[in-house]
Design a protein around this ligand. Structure first.
Ligand code: E4P
Length: 220
């Protein structure tokens, strides 16, 4: 499984990239607004992220009609070779995805919650499908089991092009474990969850005792 970082925060992306295990970045309008993003800076901001990582960087469209989504997507795709256009799962989004694919633009279909939505996204030409986990949990449904259904269902078919499942709306290292065990291609995680994934109390305790014992070696 690959790790993407789900953030628009440049410092977080730089730090995670320096760890050497990051394969891409996903952003959305909420994440951009959270870092105080301004409309006029949006393209430069995405360009900066695309310089930090050479992996896919998802930038989301906000239009609601196919022609506008398409035009917005084509503009975003011009920012850098590694831009992936993120399009919401809806009829106009499917139509725009088909048009974008015809131009060789990779689409990440987002706000995907169900198996039929995921299959339609893949059929319309999406290169990535992003089922959301945590938002199901937020409404006391089982997001991991919904994600598993999507992974299994998409694995049943050949869509004539590569389709990768991005486990999205990830809230914990436990979500990451479950996504990896079911074979999701990618998990896109907030920086806090990525940090959680590196840590374990036994690792901390083990390091502490190795260092204490090394002090004894040095003083012997
Ligand atoms: C997916 O790409 C989205 O940006 C993201 O995972 C949404 O997660 P949230 O439910 O934590 O907002």
């Amino acid at each position: 499984m690959k790790f993407f970082l789900d953030t628009a925060d440049i410092a977080e992306i730089e730090e995670a990239c320096s760890w050497g295990a990051l394969s891409g970045v996903t952003t959305n309008p909420t994440l951009y607004s959270r870092v105080g993003g301004k409309l006029a800076d949006f393209e430069n901001h995405i360009a900066r992220i695309c310089e930090i990582t050479d992996g896919p960087v998802s930038a989301e469209t906000v239009s609601l009609q196919r022609d506008e989504i398409y035009a917005e997507g084509m503009k975003l795709a011009e920012i850098a070779d590694n831009v992936v256009v993120k399009v919401p799962t809806m009829p106009e989004g499917l139509a725009a995805t088909k048009m974008l694919r015809a131009q060789g633009v990779h689409v990440n279909m987002t706000l995907c919650f169900t198996v039929p939505q995921a299959i339609l996204a893949a059929r319309s030409g999406a290169a990535y499908v992003s089922p959301f986990v945590g938002r199901f949990d937020d409404i006391t449904e089982d997001g991991i089991s919904q994600l598993n259904d999507v992974v299994v269902a998409l694995g049943n078919y050949d869509f004539g092009h590569d389709v990768e499942v991005i486990a999205a709306s990830i809230r914990s290292a436990h979500h990451v474990t479950q996504a990896a065990l079911m074979g999701a291609d990618i998990a896109t995680v907030p920086f806090g969850v990525l940090k959680q994934c590196v840590k374990h109390p036994l690792t901390d305790r083990g390091l502490e005792s190795f260092l204490a014992d090394w002090e004894k070696v040095k003083n012997s």
